[in-house]
Design a protein around this ligand. Structure first.
Ligand code: KG4
Ligand code: ZN
Length: 341
């Protein structure tokens, strides 16, 4: 099946063309530079940029895939969750396309798509559902931290999520306190690489809590007070790197410990991770070590599929259509607050 997918839930305008589990093309136009000036995503600006970029990105995706509009057999788009006006543009454009082409349309849950992105690998990328096994999946992005039990293909149950800040938000807010530019996650990752993760002891919130929920706002607050009381540490490049490494170590330890613990408790043999924070090198390394130690298979989303992209939307949509999941109405509305069940 040849399918076109659109993702516009936040600050990436992305269009992908998928055929039989293969990602023929996936174009992502990121707005990070635009929003950096404001220190975070500005919803109205995001929507305006999607409007400007969607058609050129769609054209580029079709061209890169060497697929003409008439060859498309289905259309998909992110229906939620996300920024309302951003979602609206992608969803309505996709529905209009499906209407004009008289092809099936599928509205996709953004986080459900993240759940299957770790199964897409290789160059060119292909989804390997034959290798699929039940898993515990960690979704860590700027807005969400969710632990999910994926019981079988297209079946899942949310185990827990953050009760306050997301892990990515904690990276970004801590980075801001450390005087680093937005988005702070990649900056902390870069500086932490040559810092000492044991130099400073930051709290590991809810690490000992037996449940699967997370909390990161207390960690952010402790970074704030620590810097208020020790401002001189920011002036030395070496201590700044140690601070980055220590904050990162606290976030990573909580994420890894709780993910692996849930996998063991549920008796699954596989762990997966996706979302922007999964780009973090310390998180990738620590998950690799912990899973190897517990003899758990690990599938990490490729770095270019960790951040938001239409390839994962298209791969899941194609899979759903093959499993006869009903089409979405062309009148269906966006679901900005759609929670993963
Ligand atoms: O999934 P994503 O692109 O966007 C959504 O929030 O949906 O995730 C962005 C988040 C930001 O908080 C960013 O700082 C974080 O992912 N991030 C990282 C790294 N790369 C991106 N955090 C830590 N280390 C990184 N290398
Ligand atoms: Zn995302």
């Amino acid at each position: 099946m040849t399918l076109l997918a659109i993702e516009t839930s936040c600050d990436e305008t992305s269009v992908a063309v998928i055929r039989d589990g293969r990602v023929l093309s996936s174009i992502v136009s990121s707005q990070i530079k635009l929003h950096a000036e404001y220190g975070g995503v500005v919803p109205e600006l995001a929507a305006r940029e999607h409007l400007r970029n969607l058609m050129p990105v769609a054209r580029a995706a079709l061209e890169a895939a060497n697929v003409s509009v008439n060859e498309l057999e289905a259309i998909a788009a992110t229906q939620g969750p996300g920024l309302p006006n951003a979602l609206l543009l992608g969803l309505k454009a996709a529905q209009a396309m499906a209407f004009a082409l008289r092809k099936p349309f599928l509205g996709i849950h953004h986080h459900e798509a993240h759940l299957y992105s770790p199964w897409i690998a290789g160059d060119p990328p292909v989804a390997d559902f034959a290798a699929f096994q039940p898993n515990v999946s960690l979704i860590v992005s700027g807005g969400h931290t969710i632990l999910v039990h994926v019981t079988s293909e297209l079946e899942h149950r949310v185990l827990g999520s953050t009760i306050d800040d997301a892990a990515g938000e904690c990276f970004d807010k801590a980075a801001k306190l450390l005087g680093l530019p937005y988005p702070g996650g990649p900056e902390i990752d870069r500086l932490a690489a040559s810092g000492n993760p044991r130099a400073f002891d930051f709290p590991r919130p809810m690490l000992r809590d037996p449940g699967d929920d997370f909390s990161f706002s207390g960690l952010k607050t402790s970074v704030r007070y620590f810097i208020r009381d020790n401002p001189q540490l920011l002036e030395q490049p070496a201590t700044l790197r140690d601070l980055c490494a220590s904050v990162q170590a606290a976030i990573v330890e909580v994420l890894v410990t709780k993910t692996v613990r849930a996998a063991q408790r549920l008796g699954v043999r596989c762990v997966t991770a996706s979302g922007g924070v999964t780009c973090n090198r310390a998180l990738r390394q620590s998950l690799e070590q912990a899973c190897a130690q517990k003899k758990l298979a690990l599938h990490l989303a490729n770095k270019n599929l960790c951040t938001d992209n239409a390839a994962m939307i298209g791969i899941l949509a194609e899979r759903k259509l093959l499993h006869n999941v009903p089409e979405t109405s062309l009148d269906a509305e966006i679901q900005p607050g759609w929670a993963l069940a």
